[in-house]
Design a protein around this ligand. Structure first.
Ligand code: ADE
Length: 217
């Protein structure tokens, strides 16, 4: 079973996402196990401090190396083979093909959610991969980690209902995008479902879908 651990200062952010819908189902069918590591538990001193000001001056606070090293060690104690993934806008852009690879491999992962204005560079010595979800900056790595984890877990064999649904959807071959789809009713506010989809002619439908797979503007 794939083990996914998440190091965060905001464990409560994950409870809704990991305990609903597909993420919940994936745990129920033993496809994945989630473990949240609260970085605050490894904070220093009576106030469990996790951040401090940068050497050389500058705005903001950086996550200190000591609590992060201890939190990652805790994750490795639980699963010593786990790969350490740092969520950061400087990372490699996350792609569907990588989600597919990580869903299919037998690795377990520890996701480190960066926070505040950054982290002490020395934590990179423990990191196997830096991942970004896009060229924009979020307040922390929590939302990116949820995005990446969702994209992996839904592809673990047995998690999605129809095994075909992941195969035919957008980006799965890295090129084609999903075709337009319709459900009941046939006419809604004067908008009709394309006739061909009602025809029952599977070859023609497949052709129409192929021709109508394109990117939204
Ligand atoms: N943390 C803040 N912004 C991020 C991004 N775009 N991707 C990954 N982690 C982040």
């Amino acid at each position: 079973m794939k083990k996914i651990q998440i190091i965060t200062l905001f464990p409560e952010m994950f409870s809704g996402v990991l305990n609903s819908s597909m993420m919940w189902k994936a745990q129920q069918c033993n496809a994945v196990e989630f473990r949240i590591i609260n970085l605050r538990d490894f904070g220093i001193g009576p106030r469990q401090q996790v951040d401090d000001t940068p050497y050389g001056g500058g705005d903001g606070m950086l996550l200190m190396p000591k609590p992060l090293f201890a939190a990652i060690k805790d994750g490795k104690n639980y699963d010593f083979n786990a790969k350490v993934v740092l969520m950061t806008p400087k990372g490699e852009r996350w792609k569907q093909s990588t989600a597919r690879k990580w869903a299919d491999d037998s690795n377990s992962y520890i996701f480190v959610c960066g926070r505040y204005e950054g982290y002490d560079e020395r934590i990179l010595t423990l990191v196997d991969k830096q991942v970004s979800v896009g060229d924009y900056v979020l307040t922390g790595g929590e939302l990116p980690a949820m995005t990446v984890i969702d994209s992996i877990v839904r592809l673990i064999p047995g998690v999605l209902g129809g095994e075909n649904s992941a195969a035919i959807e957008s980006f799965s071959d890295g090129k084609t995008l999903e075709f337009p789809q319709y459900t009941r009713p046939e006419v809604f506010k004067d908008m009709k479902v394309p006739e061909i989809l009602l025809s029952g002619n599977h070859a023609e439908i497949a052709k129409w879908r192929q021709e109508n797979s394109f990117k939204a503007k």
